[in-house]
Design a protein around this ligand. Structure first.
Ligand code: PHE
Length: 342
């Protein structure tokens, strides 16, 4: 005896109503799963309706089949959508704790040598100096000859450099910038030139084949050694503190006459003598002197009218003192644990 069509349609509607009612109360992925089992599993309420197809007249089977398939698809879609939504909410609940402190993105910073160099620049700019850019690749003429260092001069020994072929080499000091500046500018000149230098040195705690210098040059009428001492003294006090004293010792450079080496009183023991200053009370900084008239000859500045002074400065040496670094090589290792301390 075939079931009546209406009877079956009522039962489909009843399952649909029941599902619609129950889904109102679902609030977790587990409850979605329970509902899915109740309606969609092999023994669930939806599949339980399918055998009814067999109990209707043949010409009614397609209609009932379509109804049942629509019901099944509809319930499946509703469950899928709700599951997705609840899973998302749930994931946020578990993984996102708004009370946790934020994760700091790693932050870059200036290399400690650049920081020290910037400080040196700032002090000299404050005293009326311009900053000149030099070149790391130089010619023999600018690195040596125009600085009054002829070929075979013994002072070239200290400057054994990297020759690049032809007349080119890596500069061994920032002094060639003196020549470029005097070629391009008329006095008064008041400049510093910070930058990299290169020497064929074997690396050890105090030597590196690449290092940094800051060159200073002042050319004007009536410039004297006293001006040089005054500027170096003023710089030392601004850089390292009011108590720092400066001393000049006679020395020799082919491009300055007279020449000196200058020291700062030890900032650690205040001149009493300690391990850092090797008990001398003084820290060697670099060389300085009055521009040699022979150098003026190379750049066509009249030494009868103008005089000048020049000084060098080892950036690593000052940075090592200021930052308490005992091995120059650590500046170039690029070890973030070291770099991020500054
Ligand atoms: N260029 C010299 C050096 O590298 C230092 C220096 C600079 C000396 C200026 C005198 C004047 O050793």
């Amino acid at each position: 005896m075939p079931d009546s069509m209406q009877n079956i349609l009522d039962r489909v509607a009843a399952v649909r109503n029941e599902f619609d009612k129950q889904i109102q109360h679902v609030s977790s992925p587990q409850e979605v799963e329970e509902l899915r089992i109740a309606f969609m599993s092999r023994k669930g309420k939806v599949l339980a309706l399918f055998p009814l197809i067999g109990s209707v007249a043949a010409d009614e089977k397609p209609r009932i089949g379509a109804e049942l398939n629509a019901l099944k698809e509809n319930i499946q879609n509703t469950l899928d959508t709700l599951k997705q939504q609840l899973d998302d909410d749930h994931r946020h609940d578990t993984f996102f704790d708004f009370t946790l402190p934020g994760k700091k993105p790693p932050r870059g910073g200036l290399h400690p040598l650049l920081q020290v160099m910037d400080e040196i620049k700032t002090i000299f700019i404050g005293m009326g100096f311009r900053v000149e850019e030099g070149m790391e690749i130089e010619t023999d003429y600018y690195n040596f000859e125009a600085l009054n260092i002829p070929p075979h001069h013994p002072s070239r020994d200290m400057h054994d450099t990297f020759y690049l072929g032809g007349e080119y080499l890596l500069r061994t000091h920032t002094s060639p910038v003196q020549i470029h500046t005097m070629e391009n500018q008329q006095p008064p000149i008041r400049m510093i030139a910070p930058g990299r230098c290169f020497r064929k040195d074997t690396p050890d705690a105090t030597h590196s084949p690449m290092f940094h210098q800051v060159e200073g040059l002042v050319v004007d009428r009536g410039v004297s050694f006293a001006d040089l001492k005054g500027i170096v003294q003023a710089f030392a006090q601004k850089m390292l503190g009011e108590g720092v004293r400066v001393r000049f010792r006679p020395s020799f450079f082919p491009f300055t006459e007279p020449s000196a080496e200058y020291d700062f009183s030890c900032i650690f023991c205040r001149g009493k003598g300690c391990r850092v200053c090797k008990q001398t009370g003084w820290l060697e900084i670099s060389g300085a002197g009055m521009v040699d008239p022979a150098v003026f000859g190379f750049v066509n500045i009249d030494p009868e009218i103008y005089s000048g002074y020049a000084f060098g400065m080892g950036v690593e040496r000052i940075a090592m003192l200021l930052l308490g670094v005992h091995d120059i090589r650590i500046f170039y290792d690029n070890d973030v644990r070291f770099l991020e301390q500054f």
